[in-house]
Write a protein that binds this ligand. Sequence first.
Ligand code: 5GP
Ligand code: MG
Length: 180
Amino acid sequence: MRVLLSEDELNQGVSRLADEIDQHYEGRPLTVIAIMTGSLVLFADLIRRLSMPQRVGVIRASSYRGGTTSCDLQVDAGMMIDVTGRDVLLVDDIFDTGKTLERTSEMMKEFGAASVQTAVLLHKQREHLVQVRPNFVAFQIPDEFVVGYGLDYLDMYRNLPYLAVLDPAEIEATAAEVEL
Ligand code: 5GP
Ligand code: MG
């Protein structure tokens, strides 16, 4: 695999992201929602760098089913906390087509959030399918399928401390291994 962002670079990016978010909210209380499962690692690092009082919650979205291309989006809000009247920050790993953040932002408004902003680690340079854009972005990356730092291929590689691009042989080998 080819490393795209090292552990050090990721650390610096998450710190910059936290600083921007801190400056925006100026200490006001925030409800921070992780879009599972891809944002798991980012979320843990990010909330510990933010300095305002926080409530944290999770929502689950999946659009990748067994491959590297996007399928129909499914959202499970079964574990959501109450966001009525709250300032909400949605945190996701990557902004690709944009459908996940568009749909989950709409849901937060339906749930009665006072405001909704979005933060992502990665912003893919490609044509997006929605009007909305993330409010806070740590890195712009080329349109390649990446894994590590929470991002998976077939639920593997999330534990890598760096971000990498898989080569075709690794994609094939992983698929064969997971199908065992
Ligand atoms: P969107 O709804 O913006 O198309 O996609 C967002 C979701 O697709 C992300 O939360 C992430 O789970 C998944 N995704 C998009 N691009 C990649 C990628 O390059 N690698 C991985 N592992 N997941 C991706
Ligand atoms: Mg995701």
